[in-house]
Design a protein around this ligand. Structure first.
Ligand code: PHE
Length: 451
């Protein structure tokens, strides 16, 4: 390779870029809706316990693999043990599948931001507005191209001048905006009902599916099992403390998810007069229910615009991490220049994003089991490939290269305080839990068991 490997300038840059990847649509839209569905406080509790054990161990493992080898996913596994390159290959396919459809949704967010900024809150709150918009053939594609174009531009600027700079700006702004809206939402008359619903554990709603759905959400939210953290780890300097970086990324990711709940659940409660089913509308929550909520509240146009701006920032830093990972894989695997790899990835992603966008209108006849094209990509990557990669990664680290190999890497900057936890989770707890997730998501898709 002729080009020197890029790197983040230091710990803050690394933590904010990784947190930028982790904090995304999953935190803001999916987390609150799952928390509302699975018993509020009890879901929060389960999620928190899983984040500091399971999520922590897996994230440490991935970042350590990246930093130890200085390579992105495919080559990283090959360097550690040739026979296991296949794990890197599957891991690399995932961000390549997610980036196009994630950008389609990023395009929708951009459209909503534009509508709210131009004072169109009322229009966006009308029945059928969202369905009408995504079914159009051309307009959503325009927004998709804008979003992915912006992502590509930042990635083109490089790790330090693009990814790191943008994250250092967007992430703090995102946190401030989230706090502002959460406070506003909590102090609306009648909002305390919603806050109580969100924070009080409803033990009667606790079941195995609470744990499984919290775990699935955790994977996605922390951008695990798709080579992203391996790639970012490969850009991490050796003198940065890996363990405390992971702790900080976790606090960031879980903190924003928690605040997103405080921002959305009370507001929806006030709007729906305490009807919790208004929260359970899946994807419709962000694009259908929330615009109605904003339209009904004082100052809602401004709050709505700020909300979609923060969602846009969250989505952008995540899509940047996806594209950066794919570009890095192409560079490492084929030895192409950064620019050449970038162009190839861009063209590929645009091509794959088009059918996802059209799947809600022109191509809506193509569907499997009620899933649109976008849903299919989402299902293949999140419910099938990610658990498989996570499982193989745990087995690889636990039994092939052995945890000690990564513990050495983590201890380059001092003692690894959670060493025992790390070893037990990777070797025993995680593999068993992941197998359960995998089984349940397959059963779920087949309609045998509904989570
Ligand atoms: N972690 C992001 C979120 O919570 C999602 C994501 C998945 C981002 C894959 C990048 C890659 O939304």
């Amino acid at each position: 390779m002729s080009e020197k490997r890029s790197s983040f300038t230091g710990k803050i840059g690394f933590v904010l870029a990784a947190a930028g990847s982790a904090v995304g649509l999953g935190n803001i839209w999916r987390f609150p809706y799952l928390a509302a569905k699975y018993g509020g406080g009890i879901f929060l509790l389960v999620y928190l316990i899983l984040a500091v054990t399971f999520g922590f161990a897996l994230m440490c493992a991935e970042i350590a693999i990246g930093r130890k080898t200085g390579q992105s996913a495919i080559n990283a596994f090959t360097t550690l043990n040739k026979k296991y390159s296949f794990i890197g290959v599957i891991a690399s396919v995932i961000p390549a599948i997610i980036l196009p459809y994630y950008s389609v949704i990023g395009g929708w967010v951009s459209k909503y931001l534009a509508v709210f900024v131009s004072g169109g809150a009322h229009e966006a709150a009308a029945d059928g507005y969202f369905e009408g918009f995504i079914a159009k053939p051309i307009e959503p594609i325009g927004w998709f191209l804008l979003f992915i174009g912006l992502t590509a531009l930042i990635v083109l600027l490089g790790v330090e001048k693009g990814v790191e700079k943008v994250s250092k700006f967007m992430m703090p702004v995102l946190v401030v905006l989230t706090i502002v809206i959460a406070v506003y939402s909590m102090f609306m008359p009648g909002a305390m009902e919603g806050v109580k619903y969100y924070l009080t554990p409803d033990f009667s709603k606790f079941s195995a599916t609470t744990v499984l759905s919290a775990m699935g959400q955790l994977f996605y939210s922390m951008s695990l099992a798709m080579g992203i953290m391996i790639t970012y780890g490969s850009y991490m300097k050796k003198d940065v403390n890996l363990e405390s970086s992971v702790r900080q990324i976790e606090i960031f990711d879980t903190g924003v998810a928690f605040l997103a709940g405080l921002m959305i659940i009370p507001a929806v409660f006030v709007f729906s007069g305490g009807d919790e089913s208004a929260l359970g509308k899946g994807p419709g929550l962000m694009f259908i229910t929330l615009p109605k909520v904003f339209d009904s509240m004082t100052g809602g146009t401004v709050i709505g615009a700020v909300f979609f701006l923060l969602v846009l920032f969250a989505a952008l830093t995540s899509s940047i991490s996806l594209m950066e990972t794919v570009v890095s894989i192409v560079m490492d695997k084929f030895g192409w220049s950064r620019k050449g790899s970038w162009l190839a990835v861009f063209i590929f992603s645009v091509a794959l994003g088009l059918p996802s966008s059209l799947g809600f209108g022109v191509l809506s006849d193509i569907s499997v089991n009620g899933m649109t094209i976008l849903d299919m990509f989402d299902f293949a990557s999140n419910s099938i490939l990610m658990p498989i990669v996570a499982l193989f990664t745990c087995i690889f680290v636990g039994y092939v290269i052995k945890p000690k190999c990564l513990i050495e890497e983590i201890e380059l900057t001092g003692k690894f305080k959670s060493k025992t936890l790390f070893t037990i989770v990777i070797k025993y707890v995680a593999p068993i839990c992941i197998i359960l997730i995998l089984i349940s998501s397959v059963l779920d898709a087949l309609g045998i068991m509904k989570i």
